[in-house]
Ligand binder design. Structure first.
Ligand SMILES: Cc1ncc(COP(=O)(O)O)c(C=O)c1O
Length: 399
């Protein structure tokens, strides 16, 4: 499928996802964990466009939702409540009530306070809620600090040495059923050791809880497996499974995975058009695209690297070293620095690769820019799974 054709039909900036790539990536994870009881709860936060979530459901995934909104999207995509785990560091009382009322599979509880709130809401409703306490294993994910979540200075979960005591105190609460333990130490993890250590921590805790008479049914080891943004090899799902399964196997408990990025990240590109090319006094240039931080925030938020490739260039052979930037009035609005490219002309197209995760979901309307359209390609067919926003859409909320 030609990106140029899609851009001609739907305009730019345009997100384009590959159904075949998402399918292959999901199946690779499922295959890697075959032979051991597991459930893959796709993390909607990575990309929650309905068409993508529906595709994952059709492949057999379950769902990991991080807000009331993501629970709604999961339901509208066809998941049943028993397929949804609800995670999130600051779940509001109304989000907790929503999750309890529909009967999600498990709430991953972040704190004693949250266990208390869940218990109260459950008792008010005369029900019992399955919870998995989120453990902060104090493990360095060796990823970018902004996407590391497993150190004791991070806001997530409860410290390892508090888990046993908290469970002892809360296990007799009428509104709670301790179903599992949860951990998630960060995202874009390319070194398996932190993932192994986090798994070892919760397996050891599960053993201790068993000694205390608390029998769990699952261990949720979160997501986090990294993808290759720069072409350098990263651990495969098979290598990930080989690292964590021997540890989890010892517990005999079902393992829950919450992958996001590794399923959809490399399955999407952002197509943008060159608006202008400007030469700088120092000999470098700016290539100004019609996409920037409003469409893809990762480079500005985390200094993330994305390969940026020409789609169609009427390029001269003249090579330039350019900062590839967006149109927003922020100097941080830079998608790629010091990139060597053939000098493009206005109207040429570039594809920003591996933009399927944490791309469209983080888009904003800054500078009153309507959010881009999103297209899902399936073999020789394609469909618009999110139409381009209009100014009328934006203003419909205002008086
Ligand atoms: C609790 C939890 N689960 C799963 C994920 C998905 O992580 P990833 O997209 O890195 O697989 C995240 C994202 O950071 C998360 O916070």
């Amino acid at each position: 499928m030609s990106l140029a054709e899609l851009a001609a039909a739907e305009g730019t900036p345009l997100y384009v996802y590959s159904s075949a790539a998402i399918t292959a990536r999901y199946r690779a994870i499922d295959h890697a964990f075959r032979g051991y009881p597991h459930a893959i709860h796709y993390a909607l936060k990575a990309n929650s466009t309905l068409g993508i979530v529906r595709l994952l459901r059709s492949l057999g995934a379950a769902a990991d939702a991080n807000s009331g909104g993501e629970i709604d999207v999961a339901l509208r995509a066809g998941f049943i409540p028993e397929q949804i785990v609800f995670t999130g560091v600051g779940k509001t009382p109304s989000e907790l009530a929503q999750a309890i009322d529909i009967g999600v599979k498990t709430i991953n509880a972040e704190s004693e306070g949250e266990l208390d709130r869940i218990d109260c809401l459950a008792r008010e409703r005369g029900t019992r809620v399955r919870v998995a306490l989120r453990v902060n294993p104090d493990v360095d994910a060796r990823s970018h600090p902004h996407i590391s979540t497993g150190l004791k200075v991070n806001k997530f979960g409860v410290p390892v040495d508090a888990v046993r005591e908290i469970c002892r105190r809360f296990v007799s609460r009428e509104g709670l059923e301790f179903a599992g333990l949860h951990t998630h130490v960060g995202s874009q993890i390319t070194d398996l050791e932190p993932l192994r250590r986090a798994a070892m921590t919760i397996v050891a805790l599960a053993r201790e809880l068993k000694d205390d008479g608390i029998t769990l049914d699952h261990l949720d080891i979160g997501g986090g497996l990294g993808v290759s943004y720069d072409g350098v090899k990263v651990p495969s799902p098979d290598e990930y499974a080989a690292a964590v399964l021997p540890i989890v196997r010892e517990s005999g408990l079902t393992v829950i995975l919450e992958p996001g990025r590794s399923v959809v990240g490399p399955a999407g590109v952002l197509v943008a058009q060159v608006v202008d090319v400007k030469d700088r006094p120092d000999g470098k240039s700016f290539v100004i695209l019609d996409a920037g931080m409003t469409e893809l925030m990762r480079p500005m938020l985390y200094g993330a690297f994305h390969r940026i490739e020409p789609v169609l260039c009427n390029a001269s052979s003249d090579e330039i070293v350019a900062d590839i930037v967006g149109p927003l009035c922020e100097s941080s609005d830079t998608l790629g620095k010091d990139r060597r490219v053939k000098r493009p002309r206005p109207g040429d197209l570039f594809a920003i690769l591996d933009a399927g995760a944490y791309g469209a979901v983080m888009a904003s309307n800054y500078n009153r820019r309507p959010m881009p359209a999103e297209v899902l390609v399936d073999g020789a067919k394609w469909s618009v799974i999110r139409r381009r926003q209009t100014i009328d859409d934006l203003l419909a909320l205002e008086s």
